[in-house]
Design a protein around this ligand. Sequence first.
Ligand SMILES: Cc1ncc(COP(=O)(O)O)c(C=O)c1O
Length: 491
Amino acid sequence: MAKQTEARSEETLDPEEWESMRALGHRMLDDVMDYMETLRDRPVWQHAPPFVKAHFEGLPPPLPSPPEEVYQEYIDYILPYQLGNSHPRFWGWVAGSGTMMGMLAEMLAASTDSVSGAFSYVSNNYVEIQVIDWFKDLLGYPCTASGLLTSGCSSSNLIGLAVARNTMGGFDVRKEGMQNAPQKMTIYCSDEAHSSIQKAVELLGFGNDSLRRVPVNESMQIDLAALEAMIKDDRANGFHPVCVVGAAGTTNTAAVDDLNALADICARERCWFHVDGAFGAWAAIAPEYRHLVAGMERADSLAFDLHKWMYLQYPVACILIRDAGHHRQAFSLTPTYLAHGEGDRGLTGVDVPWLSDYGFELSRGFHALKAWMTIKEHGTLKYGRLIRQNIDQAQYLARLVVSAPELELALPVSLNIVNFRYTRPGFKDDELDALNKQIERELQERGIAVPSTVTIQGRNYLHVAVTNHRSRKEDFDLFISEVIRVGNELT
Ligand SMILES: Cc1ncc(COP(=O)(O)O)c(C=O)c1O
C-alpha cells in the first residue's frame, strides 16, 4: 500500500490511464487508414486560411489538455493544410509520397525512442548497416564502401564534400583549418547543380568563389570541354582543383551528366568524384534505365535520397563513400564519455566503429527501420518496376504535351521530369512566363494538382517531377486537360 502511494507521488509522461490512450491510439490508426485510402478523392493541397495561422500563435500551455482534444486540434488545424505530397497528383519540385509500412515503422521506431549512432552491438545499428549494404548492392557500389543514413541529400552532399576536402586538401584540415590551406582549393559542378552543393561548399569553408559553375550543353549536362579547360586554367593560376560534382538527375530537368566521362576526368586530374544522385540514382534499379546513370558507381562519394524516389517518409537519405578509411578519418572523434567497446561479450576493448564515426551527428533517429520494413515488404524488383513506371509516365505526359497545340515542351524528357508551358499565339515570352506562373497557382489553389514552376533558359515552365508511386495515367490525363482549361480561362 505504501509503495503505491509513493509511486503516485512521482510524475511521469506516461498515460495515467492506459485504456483510454490505447483507444485513442487505435482511433488515430483507423483515421490514418481511412484518410490514406480515400486520399485520391481529396484536394491535393489546401491553402491554410488565416484562422489556422492564428491558431498557432500564443504562449506555451502551462496546464494539461485531454489527449483527445489535442488530437482533435491536429485533425482540425494541421492535417488538411500540409504540403500534400502524398497525393497521387503531387509532382512539384521533387518530393516523395511515403508508404504505409514506412508510416507504421516510424511509429515503431518512435515507440522505443530508438537512437542510432552510438553503440555497435544494438539491433537498430545492424538494420542500418544492412540497408546501406543493400543500397551498395542495388546501385553497383563496392561492398567495401562505408555509408551512413542522413536526414536528406543536403546532409549527404555535405558529408561527401567534407570527406573530399579532408582527403584531397593535402594538409591536415581537421587540425589546421582552412585558413592554413597551402593553396586555394576549387570545386566544379554544372550550372544546374543543386543549391545544397553551394551550401556545403560554404559550410566547409571553401567559400562560394571556389565553386566553379561549369556551363551546360543543350541537354543540360555539364560541358566536359569547358570543365577540363576550367581545371587547367585554375591549376595554371595556382589553385588546387580537388573535386568534381556530377549530377545524376538535376532538380530542374533530371539531366544526368556524363558520369563515366567525369570519372575519367577526375582520375586524370586527381580530383575527388562526388555524385549528387538525390533522386536520379534510383534509375539504376530499373534494368531498362540503368544505363542512364552508368558511371555513377565509379564515384568516390555518392549521395542520394530515400525520401524522394524510394518513396519513403521524410526524412531519410544516404551517403556512400568508396574508401571507408577516408570516411572515418573525416568524422571520428572519441572523447572518454563515448569510448567504444561496450557490452560486446568477449570482444571488450575491440574498437568497432560507431555510426557516429561517419557523420557530424551523434544522436540520430532510427531512419533505417522504415527503409528496411518497406523494402522487405515489397521487394526490390517491385521498386525497380515503380521507377520504370514513373519514367514511363513522364514519357506519357510528354506525349500528351506534344499532341496538345496549346502546350509546348521545354526539352526532350531525359528521365522522370517534364517541363512544359501553356502558350497562346501572339503572347510575348514574359506574358507567357506570368501566365504559366498563374496556371501553377490556380491548379494548386483549386486542389487539382501540384506542379511547380522552374526557369529554363530564362523562361518559366510548369515542372512535373514524377517520383510518386500513387500516380496513374488518368492523373496525367486530368492534369493536362485542366492545364488547358485553366490556361484558356485565364486568357
Ligand atoms: C539534385 C538534388 N540534390 C540535392 C537535393 C537536396 O535534397 P534534400 O531536400 O533531401 O536535402 C535535392 C532536393 O530536391 C535535389 O533535387
